[in-house]
Design a protein around this ligand. Structure first.
Ligand SMILES: [Ca+2]
Length: 397
């Protein structure tokens, strides 16, 4: 499926360019022989089905970008129930409310005094509780450690409530995505802690939170800041963290749920060679091992494939200037007829908008400067966020 030439020099060049997203940060593996594994498309996935539209209108000719807003270094976007505004996280520590795509002068949240701002650090994610009352943010503090805090939208003067603190051994691979699933629970992305080749083997260690996606009920339980759902895959198992939903991840910077099918899409940033997109088909059942650092994509890195490991549904190499996958959304809006169910993503360095469907990705011939993230509004329309400061809506060409 992919070319297998190591792109170490290219990777280093981009790594020095102030990357946000945890691209290559270590030596290549020389003449490693790639695993013979292939990564077949999920034959039973609901994403393989393209729903027909209810109208007879023809598909649109293509996608173009419309710049709708200008902010500072946007890293994430969210919408809130019964609120027409868009909420944007700025890497520098502000959550902005955009009304009619115009940022309000006062930020909703300001954690700018409590941040480190290395390339993969800062304010990295935000998500609203399904009822819109609470806003959750993910940021790295002055020591580079991860905080996930809760803000009560109905009591804005109340200090942030600390939900989760995770010590980060290195500056890179902090994850950052927050999203509520179709089950109403909060999912949290955490990278492997950083450096290269996951030196502490965090991603395969079910006793630690790094290198995972977590699933929690964020409301407190007595003195406990959150609850662990009893049906989490490792809940109640000795030596394993009950918060863990998925593991074997390097830096799952962005993940999302298909709002129609509930498929879970995970874009896991690769190291020196392969960028990967993983899929937990609906109903997502969790507990899956996405194989990092034993494998990078479908290439052998530190060991054999683990029993029950799940290879990516799509991977691409660093050839041609790619460096770091930015995951997006399966399209469920109305404007882009013919794109229903297509998973939009981009590469942070390559900058091309891509669409994945039925295991195949196509170049949509749209260039985005430094695409750090994507967003989805209440209607399912999708936005691309450029770290250079623009928010673009994906519109019909
Ligand atoms: Ca993997």
């Amino acid at each position: 499926m992919t070319q297998r030439r190591a792109a170490v020099a290219v990777a280093f060049a981009f790594a020095s360019a102030g990357l946000l997203l945890g691209a290559a940060c270590t030596r290549g593996r020389g003449s490693d022989t790639a695993s013979s594994t292939t990564s077949p498309p999920p034959s039973t996935s609901t994403t393989a089905t393209v729903p027909t539209t209810t109208t007879a209108a023809p598909p649109v000719r293509g996608v173009k970008l419309t710049e709708v807003a200008a902010v500072t270094q946007p890293t994430a976007m969210a919408v809130r129930a019964d609120d027409p505004a868009l909420y944007v996280a700025e890497k520098t520590g502000f959550v902005r409310r955009l009304v009619g795509f115009k940022p309000e002068p006062r930020p909703v949240i300001d954690v700018s005094a409590n941040l480190t701002l290395g390339s993969e650090q800062g304010l990295l994610g935000l998500a609203f509780s399904p009822d819109g009352r609470f806003l959750y943010i993910d940021y790295t503090d002055r020591n580079g450690d991860t905080h996930i805090d809760e803000h009560d939208m109905t009591a804005p003067a109340t200090p942030l409530r600390r939900l989760l603190f995770v010590d980060q051994p290195y500056a890179n691979h902090n994850g950052g995505q927050l999203a509520f699933g179709p089950d109403g629970l909060l999912y949290i992305a955490l990278g492997d802690g950083g450096s290269g080749n996951d030196p502490h083997n965090n991603a395969q260690n079910l006793g630690v939170l790094l290198g995972k996606i977590l699933r929690i009920d964020p409301r407190p339980d007595g003195n406990l800041p959150y609850r662990i759902p009893a049906d989490n895959p490792f809940a109640g198992q000795a030596g394993k963290r009950g918060e863990i939903w998925a593991y074997g991840l390097r830096n799952p910077w962005r993940f999302s749920f298909d709002r129609t099918t509930n498929d879970m899409w995970i874009a896991d940033v690769g190291q020196g060679a392969e960028e990967e997109i993983d899929l937990d088909p609906a109903p997502p059942d969790g507990g899956h091992n996405y194989e990092w650092p034993l494998q990078e994509g479908t290439q052998r890195l530190k060991g054999d494939r683990p029993a029950g490991g799940v290879p990516p549904v799509y991977e691409y190499s660093h050839d041609g200037g790619n460096c770091s996958v930015t995951g997006g959304y399966a399209y469920r809006g109305k404007a882009l007829r013919g794109f229903e169910g297509m998973y939009f993503f981009a590469d942070y360095c390559g900058g091309k908008l891509m669409g994945l469907r039925n295991g195949k990705a196509e170049d949509l011939h749209v260039d985005i400067a430094s695409p750090a993230s994507f967003g989805q509004d209440a209607d399912g329309e999708v936005y691309a966020l450029s770290l250079k400061g623009s928010i673009y809506r994906l519109d019909p060409k």
